[in-house]
Design a protein around this ligand. Structure first.
Ligand SMILES: CC(C)(COP(=O)(O)OP(=O)(O)OC[C@H]1O[C@@H](n2cnc3c(N)ncnc32)[C@H](O)[C@@H]1OP(=O)(O)O)[C@@H](O)C(=O)NCCC(=O)NCCS
Length: 170
């Protein structure tokens, strides 16, 4: 218990005691839960096999917010190409939203990007995804463009959002 207290965050509990989670790498042990979260959160979810394959992808890093009892609250994935970071996914189980879990996951990638001198972190988000857009704006991402009809089920434009660690000199 005390180790969990030191590492990352807490979510409020209905009981008296807050519940602790820490950020851990996605692994063969928690990939089933991550696939479950994908199905809960997206209309075209990544399959278990796609996630499993990502464990072998040396350019990608997947992290989970996991409670002491093993429950994965949410997860996020980042691919790095040269000095560019692409956030592939970030999702939190419905019942654990608005408790700072996604912000804790995003913070890991922001600190990684800064520490490793990436130029930016970037991602696509559905135009109608108000919670995600609000979260990215709050964490220093800017709206830098759009991709027409990028998503299916339902068809929708993507907004491109980027957090720049250093501006390109003109
Ligand atoms: C977007 C998502 C990941 C946010 O997860 P979360 O753990 O609830 O987010 P947090 O509690 O860390 O909130 C961080 C900030 O995001 C914004 N935010 C989150 N949910 C919001 C909502 N429903 N409405 C408005 N702003 C919201 C707020 O600025 C919030 O900060 P605040 O609570 O201090 O106001 C979650 O809603 C989710 O999993 N959605 C489905 C999957 C998805 O759309 N992923 C993004 C794909 S690009």
């Amino acid at each position: 218990m005390s180790e969990f207290k030191r590492v990352t965050g807490t979510i409020p509990a209905k009981e008296a005691e807050p519940r602790y989670y820490k950020i851990v790498p996605m692994s063969a042990d928690n990939v089933d839960q991550v696939a479950e979260i994908e199905r809960e959160c997206f209309s075209t979810p990544w399959s278990r096999q796609m996630l499993q394959d990502e464990l072998e992808n040396l350019s990608a890093s997947y992290i989970c917010a996991q409670m002491e009892d093993g429950t994965v609250l949410g997860y996020a994935g980042l691919t790095v190409v040269l000095d560019e970071g692409y956030i592939n996914n970030i999702a939190v189980r419905k019942e654990y939203r608005r408790m700072g879990v996604a912000a804790a996951l995003l913070d890991v990638f922001l600190r990684f990007g800064k520490a490793n001198e990436l130029a930016f972190l970037t991602l696509e988000v559905r135009k109608s995804n108000v919670p995600a857009i609000a979260m990215y704006l709050k964490h220093g991402f800017e709206d830098v463009g759009s991709r027409k009809n990028y998503y299916d089920d339902p068809k929708e434009d993507a907004i491109l959002m980027t957090h720049f660690f250093k501006k390109v000199e003109e």
